[in-house]
Design a protein around this ligand. Structure first.
Ligand code: GRF
Length: 195
């Protein structure tokens, strides 16, 4: 059984997919806690499933390091096997990344290394890309730059709106995240080997 802490910043639909999957006793993953950098809507999903939550607001700290240290302390309290960034929108300093080396993954709505950053769907459309997708990668100190664990592709329909493509990618991501975390739990994906 793989134990997981999930960090979010927004609606938490990927978190919800994971919580739903973990309801099945055959799914070898347990969500220990959910953290956020703001009172995010998605925390309600955790509360509905009886999963503890914590909020560490970045603007209460003078530096990114102090913010990250408190976030880290909260995660260490639960001592998870894996930390999942599922829509967590704050950059984390090297000290945080190093503390969770080979145990920290991020979900990103493009086929990295294409379109890193906070506007991946918009950027893919602006570039006239005809396909995009979902990437799950190990986190390093850069922006969406760590070793890629897994990717899934989708075709971009003609004249699709950004809001529509965002939702199409999220549907893909939810299944992707649930599958990849199961594979990590079962040892099919070896994270140490990726570093
Ligand atoms: C996802 O598209 C994820 O790839 C990106 O932020 C979004 C989070 O969506 N980093 P949600 O909060 O899980 O609905």
């Amino acid at each position: 059984m793989l134990s997981v802490v999930v960090l979010i910043s927004g609606s938490g639909s990927n978190l919800l997919a994971l919580l739903e999957a973990a309801e099945n006793p055959l799914y070898p993953v347990r969500v220990l806690a959910v953290g956020s950098d703001n009172p995010a809507l998605g925390l309600e999903h955790a509360e509905k499933y009886g999963v503890p939550t914590f909020v560490v607001e970045a603007d209460r700290f003078e530096t990114r390091e102090e913010f990250a240290n408190v976030l880290m302390a909260n995660i260490h309290f639960f001592d998870p096997d894996l930390v999942v960034l599922a829509g967590f929108m704050k950059m984390l300093p090297p000290s945080f990344v190093e503390a969770f080396r080979s145990k920290l993954i991020n979900l990103h709505p493009s086929l990295l290394p294409l379109f890193p950053g906070a506007h991946a769907v918009r950027d893919a459309l602006a570039a006239g890309a005809n396909h995009t997708g979902s990437t799950i990668h190990l986190v390093d100190a850069g922006m969406d730059s760590g070793p890629i664990i897994s990717q899934r592709e989708l075709q971009i329909p003609e004249a699709v709106l950004e809001v529509e493509l965002t939702e199409m990618i999220k549907v893909l991501e939810r299944r992707h995240l649930v599958d990849v975390i199961r594979e990590i739990s079962e040892g099919t994906i070896n994270m140490e080997g990726l570093i």
